[in-house]
Design a protein around this ligand. Structure first.
Ligand SMILES: [Zn+2]
Length: 426
């Protein structure tokens, strides 16, 4: 079979399957896998697994045994299907099936899976149940087109991406289920827009600062040390000394939107003195706690990022008499970047040119996603995110995915999968 013949047949099979792809997405949206707390994971993993089995995949269920979040009430169950072909490369298509809570402001049922005006609506339609459908049907279309698989393709549905992915992709990577020695390429069909390939993300450093003062009678504040006042000084220093410096740093990685190409810090929460809503007590606040979310650039590195914050806190310690500041790390996510010459970028770009008639735009994510676990724990460098859905709609009320984008992404993933297996030269 010539390469053109293969492409035409696979593309035709995706087009023929369009209604099935939509229905599969709808079926997934109707399983309310809300995280937190991690609802209906078992049901969703088994829905995906049963479907993979029917299509001839070998199916494994991998529960996150030993992790505290894997409980009888909220089991963390992942599913991996494999379809083995020739001895060629292993391409792994991974999607998370957890979704963030629907929140307010919906005009449609978030779990109704409503299809209207060429769009699938619902929580997770965009992020990323359409992506899961695209991965599955990419493999299905190759199969239906009668194209022999030169390698092995794996399709996984995993949990908890929205809360860090520790029981999901990180767990599979720690267990060696996704690993450099057995996995060649990973595509994560996150919604980064149908014409963009995401090659990584910035780093995230979450830390907490606690200011300790000395309490006393609130009628005589001069007899104590107010921890909230102390925290105020630190916040002022963050605003005046740190933020302008961060804004002046710019990464060479194509993070979108462009505003996120700079280093940033967000004051995530603050809590001090007596409980808000309680009955007022005449006391001087002796405790104030703030959580910070610092997004750092691959060029900055984690060590320098942390040292810079430590210097700021030390200075606040010196400048706020009587207040003592303590700092504690909450979470560190290191930045990742796919190598420029990675075959996974080239294969998706070639496929996109065929299907959309234009080259891919390379972007990086302002946040993080499961790529970090594939790169850092599994040590698989050839990983990108590519999938249907518009990034800006993720986590929004009335989230949707366009059916045209879903179908096109399915074609592009199918062709890229074959390309990566070396079928391009066939
Ligand atoms: Zn996602």
């Amino acid at each position: 079979m010539s390469i053109t013949g293969v492409v035409d047949r696979v593309v035709a099979e995706v087009d023929r399957a369009a209604d099935e792809i939509v229905q599969y997405t709808v079926d997934l949206v109707r399983i309310p896998t809300v995280n937190p707390p991690g609802d209906a994971y078992d049901a969703c993993a088994h829905f995906i697994g049963a479907d993979l089995k029917r299509r001839g995949f070998d199916v494994e269920y991998i529960a996150a045994e030993g992790l505290p979040e894997h409980t009888p009430r909220f089991p963390r169950v992942n599913v991996v299907g494999s379809r083995r072909g020739g001895p060629g490369p292993v391409v792994h298509l991974n999607g998370h099936f957890d979704v963030v809570p629907p929140g307010e402001g919906w005009t449609v049922d978030p779990f109704g899976g409503i299809v209207r005006d060429g769009r699938i609506h619902g929580r997770g339609a965009c992020d990323m149940k359409a992506g899961l459908a695209a991965g599955l049907f990419a493999v299905e279309a190759i199969h239906r087109a009668g194209v022999p698989l030169p390698g092995t393709v794996e399709v996984s549905g995993t949990v908890d991406e929205e809360s860090g992915g520790f029981a999901g992709v990180a767990y599979l990577a720690r267990r060696g289920r996704i690993a450099r020695r057995r996995t060649d390429f990973v595509i994560i069909p996150e919604p980064l827009n149908v014409d963009r390939i995401c090659i990584g993300h910035r780093g995230a450093y979450w830390f907490e600062v606690t200011a300790h003062g000395r309490t006393g009678h609130g009628s005589m504040p001069f007899l104590g040390v107010n921890a909230i006042e102390g925290m105020g000084r630190l916040l002022q220093s963050v605003r005046e000394d740190l933020v302008p410096v961060l804004a002046s740093r710019r990464t060479g990685v194509p993070v979108v939107p462009p505003g996120a190409r700079h280093a940033t810090i967000n004051i995530n929460s603050i809590d001090g003195g007596q409980t808000v809503g309680g009955i007022q007590t005449p006391c001087i606040a002796d405790l104030c706690r703030a959580v910070f979310d610092r997004r750092f650039l691959i060029e900055e590195g984690f060590d320098a990022t942390k040292a810079e914050v430590e210097r700021l806190v030390q200075r606040a310690n010196a400048q706020a008499p009587g207040v003592h500041f303590e700092m504690r790390d909450l979470m560190v996510v290191h930045p990742t970047r796919t190598p420029d010459d990675s075959p996974v970028i080239a294969a998706l770009d070639r496929s996109m040119r065929r299907i959309l008639g234009k080259p891919a735009e390379l972007v990086a994510s302002p946040g993080t996603y499961d790529h970090k676990h594939v790169a850092r724990i599994a040590d698989v460098p050839h990983c990108v995110a590519y999938g249907p859905g518009i990034l800006d709609l993720a986590h929004q009320p009335d989230e949707w995915c366009a059916i045209d984008d879903l179908v096109n992404a399915t074609k592009i993933i199918a062709l890229a999968t074959l390309d990566l297996m070396g079928a391009r030269a066939a």
